[in-house]
Write a protein that binds this ligand. Structure first.
Ligand code: ASP
Ligand code: MG
Length: 416
């Protein structure tokens, strides 16, 4: 048993291991060793796992070989298998080390979600079986990325959703800390595999990590950070390969009430992220006084819960409506709205295969100086074809893929 009534209970630690940390049998065995050591040093442990390596992508490809349009329900049944493979293998490896453990699926842990079959929202984490197992001093291994709806269907938490599983379980158990362990040493100013001069952030506030995660850099899922902030879960992002000081995210790291950079201080972004496979859809139509009606029609067509940047420019003559998103997302939207665009006589251009460099951090009062600086850097490198898009939260630079790779370290080193 973990404690008698007059002993302080052992701290609860929730750890999440990503797919690349669990990509082989050797990695699973090595992580089992680390978990065993941690458990022996006096922790109650919940281990949330992702699917091994590229398993989720491979399962999705397998589904597409069987059917070009698999039903969403059956696809979710299939994809949820990836994490179940890892959880059971890890639990077996722990048993072999003499470390008591048990694995559970999301539904066995009582991760209750709405009935969305793309990116389900967690309604509640019951966690009864997790608590019972912890009380028996077992290491609990949980399949990430999946829950169960009130209709008892298996639901996915969206790509990269195991981070959310870990944070939600940590919140439900009142865990002392939630660790997201990865193949990098923590949260950097850029992906250290792409930019050798990238710096590690020792500490970040939830808001700052949300800004970074919002660029799609994948270091931690943005919904997980959001959940951690709402429930004050102490987060740590570090390496699964070796001991690293990592990045600590906690309410204590909150730095300032202001949301913008103070006046007269240069813009200091927190991170720059390169995203490939971006598409831009630009639609322009003459403003004939029916603009809001038209925009309503457009937006009801694209109502879907996907990461998308949308902006509208009006003047007395024209309305332009722009959408920036992952190519596959924009493909789907394009399919939905192309009839409407043709019917309404909307002039539209769809540019695909773009790459995007996104700067995240507390935005400046205006983007003029920053944009000017970026334009100079880009043009000094003889790049003529680029586009800068500023929003109230971040700045994005659209480039062709090869030029984005060239510009990433150059822009990074000019700002960090
Ligand atoms: N295996 C899922 C994915 O690849 C979930 C995760 O890794 O968090 O998206
Ligand atoms: Mg993953």
């Amino acid at each position: 048993m973990t404690s008698s009534s007059n002993q302080t209970p052992k701290p609860i630690l929730v750890r999440k291991y990503g797919g690349s940390s669990l990509a082989s049998v050797d990695r699973i065995k090595s992580i089992a060793n680390d978990i065993h050591t941690k458990h022996s040093s006096g922790f109650r442990l919940v281990i949330v796992v992702s699917a091994m390596g590229q398993t989720t992508n491979e399962l999705a490809a397998l589904a597409n070989e069987v059917s070009p349009t698999p039903s969403r329900r059956e696809l979710d049944m299939l994809l949820s298998v990836g994490e179940r493979i890892t959880m059971s293998l890890l639990s077996m490896a722990l048993d072999d080390l003499g470390c008591p453990s048990i694995s559970f699926t999301g539904s066995q842990c009582g991760v209750i979600t709405d009935s969305s079959h793309t990116e389900a929202e967690i309604i509640e984490v019951k966690g009864d079986r997790v608590r019972e197992a912890l009380n028996k001093d077992q290491v609990v291994v949980v399949a990430g990325f999946q829950g169960v709806s009130l209709e008892k269907e298996i639901t996915p938490l969206g790509r990269g959703g195991s981070d959310l599983t870990a944070v939600a379980i940590a919140a439900a158990l009142g865990a002392d800390r939630c660790e997201i362990l990865k193949d990098v040493d923590g949260v950097f100013t850029a992906d250290p595999n792409q930019v050798s001069t990238a710096n590690l952030h020792d500490t970040l506030s939830y808001e700052e990590l949300e800004q970074i995660a919002g660029t799609g850099c994948g270091v931690v899922h943005s919904r997980a950070v959001n959940h951690a902030r709402k429930h004050s879960v102490q987060l740590f992002v570090g390496s699964s390969f070796h001991n690293s000081s990592g990045t600590i995210i906690s309410p204590a790291n909150f730095k300032s009430e202001t949301t913008n950079c103070p006046e007269n201080t240069p813009y200091k972004p927190l991170a720059i992220t390169l995203t490939d496979g971006i598409s831009l859809l630009e639609c322009t139509i003459q403003n004939q006084g029916n603009s809001s009606e038209l925009l309503d029609k457009f937006s009801s067509c694209i109502q879907c819960n996907v990461p998308l940047q949308e902006w509208v420019d009006f003047d007395s003559n024209h309305i332009s409506w722009n959408l920036l998103a992952d190519a596959s997302v924009l493909e789907t939207i394009n399919d939905k709205i192309s009839d409407l665009l043709i019917k309404e006589g909307v002039h539209h251009t769809h540019s695909s295969e773009l790459s995007c460099l996104s700067l995240a951090g507390r935005p400046p009062l205006n983007w003029v100086d920053t944009s000017r600086k970026i334009i100079t850097i880009i043009e000094d490198n003889d790049i003529a074809d680029y586009r800068i898009i500023c929003s109230d939260t971040n700045l994005r630079i659209l480039l062709n893929p090869a030029e984005a790779v060239t510009m990433l370290p150059i822009i990074h080193d000019n700002f960090f």
